[in-house]
Ligand binder design. Structure first.
Ligand code: MG
Length: 394
């Protein structure tokens, strides 16, 4: 029996994880779970899953969810809130695997705590690896802890590599769907709306990541994730646009052979892989129908129209603080775009301006989470100040 703890239970990945658990009652069990603010959904999940321990972002949300569970005759479980609550879930003594499915930076301390406690880490949270990939992977190596990627591209690469010697790897090839604006001109991008950007052609995901797919920043963040997860240099990572999202990513070996992983576009697959690893279980998903898929296209990404991908490579090749700046600037810019405060192309302009300013101020050391948080706060404040509409609102 694989016992798991889930951080981010009510989000898109968390819900898919619970579907995987429900499909394999004899094989995997949830012992602890944490959620942000969605008390209604979390209360339902607690009643259904009956974990031993729960946590929520705030004490108020926790009190509300406990009252809701009690009112429906559910169990009175051990609980905590805030940063302490996340750590209590991530280090639950009965958990073998901890799934980091929350978004944002709240789980940074919890991931290091889980590694110190010797847990297998299943990671779907991009920010953790983009901001602190070097710190997290170093801690995992020193503690001998396995880090299994749940992001579909990295999960595909993990499957393709399957213990292969690093010396045999020529490059990693991440596939990108191209998002809803593939083939759209720079002039047309000036007037696209958040609603246009939220219409993703192949994946159903949360708002922030869907906008990131539209700007190609999602792929940029994934390039940074790949660099840390697989310990390869930026020059060994390539991105190819593949609109059908059937090939989830590829690895080119030194002899020129390319190994690919193909599958249906359902996050249950990479989540189940992380729960069953190194074994394989049957999955309650429709099989991939290649004949129905018909054709698989591959294109060069348009980095002129979508500068965010290029900015991510620049961040990876530059100062170690730059990926933190990139990530923070992007979060501020995306939320300004979603609120109708800036146009779509301004997202990239704001990120570039944050990175330029950070470089102008000179290098800072990134040795621990405090350093990471300081750079993150600086970048958020700087980019917010560049966005007058945000400034007047806060
Ligand atoms: Mg992905």
């Amino acid at each position: 029996m694989r016992r798991v703890a889930i951080l981010g239970a009510t989000g898109s990945i968390g819900q898919s994880a619970l579907a995987v658990v429900a499909a394999h009652p004899g094989r995997v069990k949830v012992v602890a779970m944490a959620a942000g603010e969605n008390t209604a959904r979390f209360a339902e999940q607690i009643i259904e899953v009956r974990p031993e321990r729960i946590a929520m972002a705030s004490a108020a949300a926790l009190a509300e969810v406990k009252a809701a569970v009690r009112a429906r005759g559910g169990p009175d479980v051990e609980s905590a809130s805030g940063a302490e609550g996340l750590i209590a879930i991530a280090t639950h003594p009965d958990a073998d695997v901890v799934l980091f499915a929350s978004s944002g930076t709240a789980a940074l301390d919890a991931v290091l705590a889980a590694i110190a406690a010797g847990k297998t880490i299943a990671i779907a949270n991009k920010e953790i690896l983009v901001m602190a990939g070097a710190l997290v992977m170093k801690a995992a190596r020193e503690r001998g802890v396995l880090v299994l990627p749940v992001d579909s591209e990295h999960n595909a690469i993990h499957q393709c590599l399957h213990g292969r010697d690093a010396a045999e790897i020529k490059r990693l090839i991440l596939t990108a769907s191209g998002g809803p604006f593939r083939g759209v001109s720079a002039a047309q991008l000036e007037s696209v709306t958040p609603q246009d950007a939220l219409r993703h052609p192949t994946w159903r995901m949360g708002q922030k990541i869907t906008i990131d797919s539209a700007t190609l920043m999602n792929k940029g963040l994934e390039v940074i994730e790949a660099r840390w997860l697989f310990d390869v240099g930026p020059k060994q990572i390539d991105v190819v646009v593949h609109p059908q999202s059937v090939v989830h990513s590829m690895v080119e070996l030194t002899d020129g052979s390319i190994i690919a992983q193909l599958g249906v576009t359902d996050m249950q697959l990479p989540i189940q892989y992380a729960f069953s690893y190194p074994k394989r279980w049957t999955a309650p998903l429709p099989p991939l129908d290649l004949v129905r898929a018909g054709r698989l296209d591959f294109e060069q990404p348009d980095t002129a129209c979508f500068p965010c991908l290029g900015l991510a490579f620049r961040a990876l090749e530059g100062d170690p603080g730059l990926p933190i700046v990139l990530n923070a600037a992007n979060e501020v810019a995306v939320s300004a775009f979603l609120n109708g405060q800036i146009g779509f192309p301004t997202i990239g302009h704001l990120i570039r301006s944050g990175m330029d300013e950070y470089e102008r101020l000179g290098s800072r050391s990134v040795q621990n989470l405090e350093d990471v948080r300081a750079i993150d706060s600086w970048a958020r404040a700087y980019v917010a100040a560049q966005t007058p509409a945000i400034q007047s609102k806060s």
